[in-house]
Ligand binder design. Structure first.
Ligand code: 4AD
Ligand code: MG
Length: 429
């Protein structure tokens, strides 16, 4: 008999089916067994009554342990009241009888759970999170395709820094040193000259010493880059993308959001236009809220939280002081001490989810910036070439996937948003 996926049981009410699954939970009343099963697609309760199954089946049920893998047959019934289905179990084969499972239903400390991340992924909450992440990944591809962006894969091993030299992971590379990519942006800038609008999506690395709930050392970023595009043009795409992604999760992952006990009311409010503030305006507001941020400071995590608490939509803070931002950002012609950049800050204290900017497109100015920042000019010659052969105004942004998953899922820490988190203290499992 072909097996049936647990998310397709509704199509099989009244029929006998075969299910391949794991046992999430076992309850027994002596005459009855109640098994919570999961198969990767869904969850169901299987019920067996001593009077209705053979002695062999009853014996196998009695031997079952949590997390055992099983092959069962039974009849699908609909719960009389709830919109739920059950399997009236008739037969069972134990594929593998699990040893005593280390993650019990009692509360565990987060370090214990992270040490057992390879098992923790099976729990319902973690399952829901990865499903939301998957919707966002698919949604990003859908949106970018719809908007005419071509996917370009940027390299992970690179000779130079994209986002400053202090957070680089070094890798021995034969007789040279390579760095793990912090962002594919510079390579995407090359690709716009071939394809117009492009994006990449992959793991990036930051040797972040930060221990905050927003920082990982390995995370996934979608970089987008557009030719003949200004600072304003990139903000319009960012806003449309985030709106699209939230709407998609609200449709596809309602049950998962419920599993996470995520209040969806704040997500339903995410419609364009988002809030727009200049960095200068943001600083003024922050002062009125009690922050001691200096006029030319970057916004710290606490400032981001304080500021976004004032609004129920994402806040786009633009035109930061040039000194706190990357070398490639174009200066604001109206105020040369500032750059044409934006950070999109998520509401509810989740902080920066997107960083974007218009890029410096003038050869001489860009060369000067590279020299000012004491970056190795030799390694940036190819990047400067892009300003020598048909340079255009261009802009782009990078979206941090785990930050987005955390916000949408209402997670406390970004480490739950990625299957195997890497932080300053964690390289295992
Ligand atoms: O603001 P960032 O550093 O921007 C760039 O790397 C640009 N080159 C992107 C571009 O223009 N193509 O990083 C982009 C996003 C941040 O807004 C944040 O969401 C996420 O990446 N991010 C992190 N997420 C988790 N852990 C970290 N350590 C992160 N650092 C950045
Ligand atoms: Mg940033």
């Amino acid at each position: 008999m072909d097996s049936v996926r647990l998310d397709r049981l509704s199509e099989n009410v009244g029929h006998d089916v075969r299910v391949l699954a794991w046992v999430y939970n076992i309850r027994s009343s002596g005459r009855m067994f109640f098994l919570q099963l999961r198969d990767g697609h869904g969850w169901v309760q299987a019920v067996a009554s001593r009077d209705e199954v053979t002695a062999v089946v009853w014996e196998r049920l009695s031997e079952l342990t949590e997390e055992s893998s099983i092959d069962v047959q039974g009849t699908v019934t609909k719960h009389p009241k709830q919109n739920a289905f059950e399997v009236q179990l008739k037969d069972i084969t134990i594929v593998h009888r699990s040893e005593e499972y280390p993650i019990s239903k009692k509360e565990h400390g987060v370090d214990f759970l992270l040490d057992h991340r390879h098992l923790w992924l099976r729990s319902k909450r973690q399952w829901a999170i990865q499903r939301i992440r998957n919707t966002l990944i698919q949604g990003i591809y859908d949106f970018m395709e719809q908007e005419g962006f071509l996917k370009i894969d940027s390299p992970i091993l690179t000779p130079n820094a994209c986002e400053g030299t202090s957070e680089l992971f070094m890798v021995p590379y034969f007789d040279q040193t390579a760095y793990l990519s912090q962002s594919g942006q510079l390579y995407l800038e090359a690709a716009i000259f071939a394809h117009g609008n492009v994006f990449d999506f992959g793991p990036v690395f930051r040797a972040e010493k930060s221990k905050t709930r927003r920082h990982l050392t390995e995370f996934w970023m979608m970089d987008a880059e557009m030719a003949f595009a200004t600072h304003e043009d990139t903000i319009a795409v960012q806003e449309k993308l985030v709106t699209f992604l939230i709407a998609k999760v609200l449709v596809q992952n309602r049950d998962d959001l419920t599993t996470l006990e995520r209040d969806v009311a704040p997500l339903l409010k995410i419609t364009p236009p988002f809030i727009r503030l200049s960095h200068e305006e943001a600083v003024t507001r922050l002062h009125s809220l009690g922050s001691d941020i200096k006029p030319n400071d970057d916004l710290g995590g606490d400032d981001e939280t304080l500021l976004t608490a004032q609004f129920d939509k994402p806040v786009i803070v633009e035109k930061y002081p040039a000194a706190v931002k990357a070398f490639y950002m174009k200066r604001d012609p109206a105020n040369l001490s500032r750059v044409l950049c934006d950070d999109m800050l998520a509401p509810e204290g989740y902080g920066e989810i997107i960083g974007g900017s218009q890029r410096e497109d003038d050869y001489a100015v860009l060369k000067q910036r590279i020299e000012e920042q004491k970056l190795p000019l030799k390694d940036f010659e190819w990047y400067l070439d892009l300003r020598r052969y048909g340079s255009v105004p261009h802009s782009g942004f990078g979206l941090g996937l785990e930050r987005l998953v955390s916000w949408i899922g209402g997670l406390k820490h970004v480490r739950e948003a990625i299957p195997f988190p890497r932080t300053i203290y964690r390289l295992r499992p």
